[in-house]
Design a binder for this molecule. Sequence first.
Ligand SMILES: [Zn+2]
Length: 251
Amino acid sequence: MTSGFDFHYDDFTEAHYRSVLKTALDRYRFLPFEEFNQTGQICLWRHDVDYSLQRAKRIASIEMDMGVSATYFLNIHSEFYSALGELSSEIVREIIGMGHRIGLHFDAGFYAYKTWSSEEHRTILLREKEVLEGMFGVQIGCYSIHNPTAVTDWNSDETVVCDMVNVYCREIRTQFRYVSDSNGIWSKGRLADVLEQRPPKIHVLTHAEWWTPEALSPRERISRCIDGRARFLHRSYDQFLLDFMRPNVGQ
Ligand SMILES: [Zn+2]
């Protein structure tokens, strides 16, 4: 039998997010992945956007208020959001406008229907990098693999691939203490505890969708994203008909 206590539901609130971010800021220099080789107390602070751009925008705005610049990794194959959609891409531009960077969150599962050569791997990675660069007019200098333990043949120890820093490269894996909130629970230790231990270099992965105003179970946090997006799409549909004076039959 498990409970919210076992999985630290209370950790995953916006208030706690501010608290751990403040602690990290007091102790570390926040750097882009492209500069991970610098010396000193260094923090790589990253978000993989798996489920919700709206949540990403909220966390991005908390970070902006606290003077933090983070990297948001976008998955162009997500079933939960469309980074390239007309309205959603506006959110991406807002996040960039807040001073954050964009990385490629590469969904190897999308390509799992066949085996690809290493040359094809590079062509595909480069194409996805160029899609994001072309759409948002920014340099994509790093990438993270989505679910790297599920589809493993895209994993690499190489530091730089297609002019992008591979966040799971051997150098970063061996030099940095890694903390992640994957699946809405802590893996590799609670972030607050790890910050207390003050490792010299730290790589923090959080997903914005796991951090909500109130404490919820991971399943409830995902439902919140799905239901919120459904409401957003209903509003968009109604507004479109209103804007163009079309009948909204059945409303
Ligand atoms: Zn992911």
